[in-house]
Design a protein around this ligand. Structure first.
Ligand code: SAH
Ligand code: SF4
Length: 372
């Protein structure tokens, strides 16, 4: 766990070699941008115009900022840089409902974002880290080397890229979930920073209610979140309410066990009154017997919540199996009969390996297929 805390501290210490002196402009909120503009003798109101180009109009080339004088645009180029995500691969599932985007960062590392569409409702699943330190045994991201936290800009750009992609066909994003690669609460500041930027009335003005952060159970993160946020949705990757099973598949449980997790969530609900979403992957012979359903229902009894049952999405080289459809439905029904608010997810986009980390893992094996 020491390792995790150290990594948390090293957040955002990565600096681009090409831009050592320059400031990452996309990561600055309006107030910081205004302060900086005054400091470098640019007009404060120009900061609002620049913010509008970047975060509302989604134009990232200083030369296109037509209401900023040429001279001031040169100052911008000298003092700031705009972070980049280079689009690499795009894959669309057969039913067209799931699209995966693979991006390359300035240090050549790869991240992915997944767009899940249901009728005209679009949900973007963003990554918060390159790799993940938690090491859940069933997860594709965990098989990669952990590299670093993403910055506010790198998180924002996933949204901006996909938003522009949707705007081209007259549609736009409806929800953003932090369920891609990485553990969001180990990159707390950048994750919350990106949400605050997207929420900015002068930017995308995207309601906090439309964000969901998913955590494997970082209890100190949940406590901080409880103290500071009451609009953003919280999802917990539960997968079992038994310490021995959770310890086996989710090493984080050895740091914060089921009891501590439950206490932190009760406090969260007491303070915020928000409904909690629990994610529960169904893995054959591990966590989906009738007894598991009964114990899960008992655990959930204390909460106002929704449980998403997610059939395990197979990851190459892992011993886990997806239970039969019948077993999935039985588990679902047992919870339903106990008045649990539960949904059974279809595994979306399995043909394009939509579980987190899988596109990148495939790309690294050089087998990914480019669609556009
Ligand atoms: N690190 C955070 C968010 C990213 S993972 C977390 O763990 O909550 C997003 C979700 O995908 C988690 O609920 C995770 O348990 C689930 N997941 C990971 N691998 C999966 C797989 N192979 N099949 C189904 N769900 C998976
Ligand atoms: Fe990390 Fe989440 Fe994958 Fe666990 S499931 S390894 S916490 S990304």
């Amino acid at each position: 766990m020491k390792r995790i805390e150290n990594m948390e501290r090293s957040n955002n210490e990565i600096t681009n070699i090409d831009t050592v002196e320059k400031i990452d402009i996309l990561g600055m909120d309006l107030e910081s941008l205004q302060r900086k503009f005054v400091e470098i003798r640019l007009k404060k109101f120009n900061a609002s115009q620049v913010f509008d180009w970047l975060h509302n109009k989604l134009v990232f080339n200083f030369d296109e900022f037509s209401n900023i004088s040429k001279k001031d645009r040169e100052i911008l180029k000298e003092k700031f840089y705009v972070e980049k995500l280079e689009f690499k691969t795009h894959q669309v599932s057969e039913d067209g409902d799931t699209e995966k985007f693979l991006f390359e960062l300035k240090d050549k590392r790869l991240i992915e974002s997944v767009l899940i569409s249901h009728k005209n409702r679009h949900t973007l699943c963003v990554s918060s880290q390159i790799g993940c330190l938690i090491g859940c045994d069933f997860c594709a991201t965990a098989t990669m080397t952990y590299e670093r936290n993403l910055s506010i800009s790198e998180i924002l750009l996933q949204y901006y890229y996909v938003q522009k992609h949707l705007l081209q066909r007259g549609e736009k994003l409806g929800n953003v979930v932090y369920m891609g690669m990485g553990e969001p609460f180990l990159n707390y500041d950048a994750v919350l920073g990106s949400i605050n930027m997207l929420n900015s009335p002068k930017g995308q003005n995207f309601s906090k209610r439309n964000f969901t952060i998913s955590t494997s159970g970082i209890v100190n993160g949940i406590k901080r979140f409880t103290e500071n946020e009451n609009q953003i949705n919280l999802a917990i990757s539960l997968h079992s309410v038994k310490d021995d099973v959770r310890n086996e598949i989710m090493p984080i449980n050895k740091r914060w066990g089921v009891k501590q997790l439950k206490e932190s969530l009760l406090e969260y609900q007491k303070q915020t009154k928000n409904r909690i979403t629990f994610e529960y992957i169904l893995i054959n012979d591990l966590n989906c017997e009738p007894e598991d359903a009964r114990e899960l229902a008992g655990f959930l009894n204390s909460f106002s919540c929704l449980v998403n049952l997610i059939p395990y999405n197979p990851v190459g080289g892992k011993p886990y199996k997806t239970p039969s459809k019948q077993k999935q439905r039985e588990f679902y029904k047992l919870l339903k009969d106990k008045n649990v608010n539960v949904t059974l997810r279809e595994t979306k986009g399995q043909d394009i390996a939509a579980a987190c980390g899988q596109l990148k893992a495939k790309k690294e094996m050089n087998t990914s297929q480019s669609i556009i």
